[in-house]
Design a protein around this ligand. Structure first.
Ligand code: DP6
Length: 364
């Protein structure tokens, strides 16, 4: 599929006067990381993520046809957890500008956006993936009203395509359980334009995989991902990093199919540390890990050596630690987390999450 397949072509004179759509959309955690992009929000390398379940956003989009449809600018109000949020507007305005070509009916409506997260806003968990994908799905529900003939497959692909233009990683939050974003020769049907489901059979060892998120530092991100991605443009190791990520996609694809958890652990941890190594070696450089992040990592390594448990960690662009482990080891690993790791979390806060199946429409 190409970008032009996503341009809305339905007769513009057919417009629905008003309505609303509500979607619940999960967050995701990358195993091979997206860090570096080019215009228009295209990844420099392929990434793959677990779709999560307990960390989600619920967004309702109400739409009312304007009297002077098509003439003015976008008109919308945003409420986050019942509070009007003027400061969220520029990001949404930019998102609407980027996607207008594909959903030209946006200017015909007055919108009210209502959003809430299952996780605390200040938890350091990025909400752009779940937030942007929820909004993209709500917009696709309007498109479906205007053109009921679109297939579910097209609906999901275009939702992922639109979400990507809001935030790159958001394109991986439409479906589950494992999503690949970025064209890759070993992953059939993969594309830079949208996320696709991992197209091979996932080994049973990875079914119901757990992700316990240890909240080490509950503050808003110190460096936005957008700025971080920009720093990859002039990064001395960028070229090598993109090659490495693409090789890791081939390796992790094999491991996920063969049930090779040892290789999975090596790739996932190396990816997390490489992401942070990129931040530490960019100009300007920065460190997002905190002392407790390192304490947790060392504890996990000690525990793994001692018990041979298949537990590992990953990080996103912050200090929190995602602890990943298989379903059949949950008793022993949960005990280890509670007894040894939770002490390093801010106010002992952590979230028990696991692999999920993707977004769900809550309204009919
Ligand atoms: C470290 O998707 O938040 O989480 O495209 O600028 O919105 P934008 O960035 P974003 O970057 C996510 C980076 C990451 C790795 C990943 O999720 O793959």
């Amino acid at each position: 599929m190409t970008e032009t397949d996503f341009i809305f072509t339905q007769n513009q004179s057919i417009l629905i006067p008003n309505g609303s759509a509500t979607w619940k959309t999960p967050s995701n955690i990358a195993l091979v990381k997206y860090w570096g992009k080019k215009e228009p929000q295209l990844p420099e390398n392929t990434s793959i993520s677990f779709t999560l379940d307990a960390c989600f956003t619920i967004t309702t989009l109400e739409y009312n046809l304007k009297k002077d449809k098509g003439k003015s600018d976008f008109t919308f109000e945003i409420y986050f957890e019942d509070e009007k949020k003027e400061d969220f507007k520029p990001k949404i305005q930019k998102f609407f500008e980027r996607i207008e070509k594909y959903v030209p009916f946006l200017k015909d409506y007055n919108f009210v956006i209502n959003s809430r997260n299952s996780f605390p806003h200040s938890s350091g968990i990025a909400s752009s993936a779940s937030g942007m994908s929820a909004l993209a799905l709500c917009i696709m529900s309007i498109e479906k009203e205007l053109n009921p003939s679109i297939s579910d497959e097209y609906f999901n692909k275009k939702a992922s395509f639109l979400a990507r233009l809001g935030s790159g990683s958001a394109c991986r939050s439409i479906e589950g359980e494992l999503i690949v974003w970025g064209e890759h020769k070993k992953i059939k049907e993969s594309s830079d334009l949208f996320g696709v489901k991992f197209p091979y059979k996932l080994h049973k060892k990875f079914k119901n995989y757990h992700d316990t998120i240890l909240l080490v530092d509950e503050v808003e991100k110190q460096v936005s991902s957008t700025i971080g991605h920009q720093l990859m443009h002039s990064h001395p190791f960028a070229k090598q990093r993109f090659l490495q990520a693409n090789e890791n996609i081939s390796k992790i694809s094999e491991a996920l199919q063969n049930g090779d958890i040892k290789s999975f652990v090596e790739i996932v941890e190396s990816e997390a540390l490489t992401l942070h190594a990129m931040m530490m070696t960019s100009n300007p450089y920065f460190i997002l890990m905190k002392p407790n992040t390192l304490k947790i990592i060392n504890k996990i390594w000690e525990f793994r050596k001692l018990t041979n448990a298949n537990v590992c960690f990953t990080l996103d662009a912050g200090a929190n630690v995602h602890v990943l482990f298989p379903e059949n080891e949950k008793e022993v690993v949960n005990k280890f987390i509670v007894n040894e790791l939770v002490q390093f979390c801010q106010e002992n806060h952590y979230i028990c999450d696991r692999i999920g199946i993707g977004a769900k429409r809550l309204s009919i």
